[in-house]
Structures are given as C-alpha cells and as structure tokens.
Design a protein around this ligand. Structure first.
Ligand code: ADP
Length: 471
C-alpha cells in the first residue's frame, strides 16, 4: 500500500467505500422491498375478501331474482338461496376466496390449503397466519350476517411467497445495476484522480530534470490556473529563480574574488622573479620589498573583507544583536577615526549619548568605519567630513557627508555592487567590497542606505535604522 501511487490509493479507498455503501444499499433495498411487498400482499388479501363480501346476497323468494341473468351463481342455503355475483373473485393475484359454513363445509369458491386450514377457527376481520409445509399463509375471515342468514363465512387465503417473484426480480436487477454503478464510479474516479494529479507528475518530472541536469533555468509549466497545484508550481518556480540568482551571485563572487586576488599576486610574483634573476642594488631590493609588502597588505585586506562579507551573507546569526547606546558608539568610533587626519582632512561628529539601537556592536563599528574611511580616501586635501546621528520619531538617521571628489551620476547606481570601483586609479588601497558590506550590515539591522553625490563637490551617505522595538 505504501508504494502505491496516490491515484491508486485514492481509487482503492474510493472503491472500498463505494462497495460498502452499495452493499448496504442493496441490503436496505431488499429489506424494505420485502416489508413493502408483504404489506401489499396482506392489504390485497383484505381488499379482495371485502370486495367478495359485497358480491354475495341472500334471497328467500326466488321471484325476487332476475333468473335470466345466467352468469350469476345460485347456491341453496337454509330456507333460501345465495346469489354469488359474477364479480366474485375466487382467485386473483394469488388470493383465494371461498365461502364456508360455520362447520368448515365449503359452499363456494377455492382454497388450495382447505384441508390444512380446516382446523383454524373463523375470526371476523382478523388477519391470521399459519405455516403449511414450510410456507407461511395469511388468512382473513369475514362473517356474512344479517337478519336472515347466519353461520356463513368468507375466508381469503394467500401465500407469503406470492411476493417472492417480485423480490427476486428486484434482487436480480440490483445485482446487475449496482456492480455496474460501482464499476463506472471506480473507472470514473480513476480517470478523474489521474487527471487531477497530472500536474504533480509534471512537477516531479521538472524537479527531476533540474536535479539530474543541474539546470536551474528550467521551470515547471503546468499551464494556467489558480488551484493549489498551480500555486505549488509557482512557489517552486520562485524558489528555482532565487536559487538560480544566488548561485549566479556565488559564481560571480568567486570569479570577481579570484580576479581581484590575481592582480596583487602577479605583481608579487613579478617582483620576486625580477629580484631573483637580476643583480639588484640594495635600494632596488628595498623597493621590490616595499611593492611586495603593499600588495600583500592589499591581498590580506581583500581576504579579510571577503571573509567578513561571506560570514555576513551566510551566517548572519553569528552576529548576536543587543540593545546598545548607538550615540556613544558613533562618538567613540569618530574619536578614533578623527586621529587618521589623512590629507589634512578634519572629522566632525554630532551625536548624543543615550540614543539606543538594537544591533551588533562589531558590525556597526565596521559600517561607520567603512563610510568614514571612504570619505577620507575620496576626500580633498584639507577637506571635511561631517558625521551626524539624529533621532527621528520613527527611526535613527546616521549621515556621513564629505566635501571630497564626489561620484559621477554614471557610477552612482553601481557603487554598492561587489568589487565595483568607480575609478581604480583613484581608489588605491580599496577592495571594492566596502560599500556592499555596509549595505549588508544595514540590511541585517532592518535599515536602508541611500547616497547623494555631486561630482567634484562631495557625497552624503544616509543610513536609516529602525528604533528598538520597531524593527
Ligand atoms: P573601495 O574599497 O574601492 O572604496 P567601496 O565599495 O567602499 O570600495 O566603494 C565603491 C566605490 O564607490 C569606490 O571605488 C569609490 O569610487 C566610490 N566611493 C565610495 N565612497 C565614496 C566617497 N565618499 N566619495 C567618492 N566616491 C566614493
């Protein structure tokens, strides 16, 4: 049963239920028919006897009768005679009616079990039963009485088996029709179940093709519709789309990362080969070591950034969140960063202690450091950096503004892409990962980042973060 397909399981359950229902119906039909038929037989018996009762008359004077009417029967009785009308039904629908004297002497009519019922006393308008040779008989008596006659009885007799032929017919018909109904329902059910489950087979086939072929561009196509299976197929397609996008991003990241590492590596190799092959002066060796040192630092920074980045993307839960004084964190970080004083650039910070935020201290310092480092790196000599933190009714707004070289409108939409550097000649020392890391940290904290920049005038990076309890 476990290994059967769903459509077979549905069909089997459905058929079993149907067979039970049909069998019960068959039993009920037979039982009810039996009762109805028996009642009809009894009613028929009483009706026939009552009818025949009205067909018998007693006359004392023969002149009172129209003797030309030779179809009626005349039977001598006592001082007169009985006229049994032509409409007297002595045998109809298995009901036998006979006219008896009180002492069970048959006067007129038929009774196939006359001998066996002779002992049964007459009871006026009472339905009696008697089993004769294994067959049950219904017997109904009616006493004929008026001022002139007495001791005359009409006895009607009918066998219970009278209805068995009808019952057999009903039974035969049921035995042909009901299995046909079951067969039709089972075949119909199987066809409907197969049709209804066809989209599931298509989903399974598509999932198979994807898992065996590894082609995440494949989609499940089960046509148009809005039922559960179509919704399921749509969810699968969305999932494949996301998987495809994230695999593509991973591939891109690996290719970009190896490309970025290849440049400093080539420079280091070239410097080493040159220093080993040529006879160099002490100063030339020192210069080669300086280049190697610079490129190694660049590689190390790149590797560190990549590590933080992937950890941020894949294991965000490795950075525990806590409610912290973001105002104090901004003030302290700026105090440290102000010491850089690169190119004579001055850093000013406007923030107040006590502005709370739910976040990860290490990542928030990293975010601010990246933004301020960029402002130094792309600042003008003796320029300015302004850092401000404001508490708005529904959010915290951190802005890092500089009066540096700015970003051109063509570069602006790209700067958050991994490894993107607007102008590699001016961004020496950078890895191209700083801003995408900032964006990742902001998103992890449920915030948003935007940038405004005027080329050659300066840039403003604005980070909006949710207040504690609002994220
Ligand atoms: P990088 O390591 O090159 O700084 P980032 O991701 O931090 O990489 O920045 C991407 C690019 O955005 C930089 O190469 C630079 O061209 C531009 N950029 C970032 N911050 C600023 C800024 N404050 N002023 C001007 N340009 C900037």
């Amino acid at each position: 049963m476990k290994h059967l397909s769903i459509r077979w399981k549905i069909t089997l359950w459905f058929s079993a239920a149907l067979i039970v229902v049909v069998s019960m119906t068959y039993g009920i039909v037979l039982a009810v028919s039996e009762q109805v038929i028996q009642k009809t037989i009894r009613d028929n018996l009483i009706e026939t006897v009552e009818h025949n009762y009205d067909e018998i008359e007693f006359y004392t004077d023969i002149n009172d009768v129209d003797l030309k009417n030779d179809v009626d029967h005349f039977v001598r009785y006592g001082d007169g005679f009985l006229e049994v009308d032509d409409d007297f039904l002595d045998q109809v629908n298995g009901v036998y009616t006979a006219l008896y004297q009180e002492d069970s002497t048959l006067i007129y009519g038929e009774n196939p079990v006359a001998r066996d019922t002779a002992e049964l006393s007459f009871q006026n308008s009472v339905l009696q039963k008697q089993r004769i040779n294994g067959t049950l008989y219904y017997i109904f008596d009616r006493e004929l009485s008026d001022q002139e006659i007495s001791g005359l009885w009409l006895r009607g007799v009918v066998a219970e088996t009278q209805g068995s032929a009808q019952l057999q017919n009903i039974s035969k018909l049921s035995l042909i029709v009901l299995p046909l109904v079951v067969l039709l329902a089972v075949v119909g059910g199987f066809v409907i179940a197969s049709r209804a489950l066809r989209p599931i087979r298509q989903i399974e086939q598509a999932a198979n093709r994807i898992s065996h072929g590894g082609d995440l561009k494949q989609r499940i196509d089960i046509g148009k519709g809005g039922d559960e299976l179509h919704r399921l197929a749509n969810r699968f397609n969305e999932m494949f789309e996301r998987l495809d996008a994230s695999f593509e991003a991973e591939r891109q990241f690996t290719s970009d990362a190896s490309h970025e590492l290849r440049t400093p590596m080539s420079v280091i190799l070239a410097q080493c080969e040159y220093s080993l092959e040529e006879d160099c002066t002490k100063e030339e060796y020192r210069e080669a070591m300086r280049v190697i040192h610079r490129q190694s630092k660049r590689m190390s920074r790149l590797i560190n950034d990549m590590l933080t980045f992937t950890r941020l993307e894949n294991r965000a839960n490795r950075y525990p969140m806590e409610t912290l004084d973001f105002g104090a964190l901004v003030l302290d970080t700026c105090e440290d960063l102000a010491l850089i004083e690169e190119h004579g650039i001055k850093l000013e910070c406007q923030a107040q202690k006590g502005i709370l935020l739910c976040g990860n201290r290490q990542l928030l310092i990293r975010m601010l450091t990246n933004l301020v480092s960029n402002a130094y790196r792309y600042g003008k000599d003796h320029g300015h950096i302004w850092v401000s933190l404001e508490e708005h009714p529904d959010a915290l707004v951190l802005a890092v503004r500089d009066d540096g070289i700015g970003i051109s409108s063509e570069d602006l939409p790209q700067i958050f892409r991994r490894f993107y550097q607007a102008d590699s000649s001016r961004s020496s020392g950078g890895t191209g990962l700083g801003l995408s890391m900032v964006e990742g940290i902001v998103e992890l904290h449920g915030g948003q980042i935007s940038v405004d920049s005027v080329y050659q005038k300066g840039s403003t990076f604005t980070v909006t973060l949710p207040k504690p309890g609002r994220e």
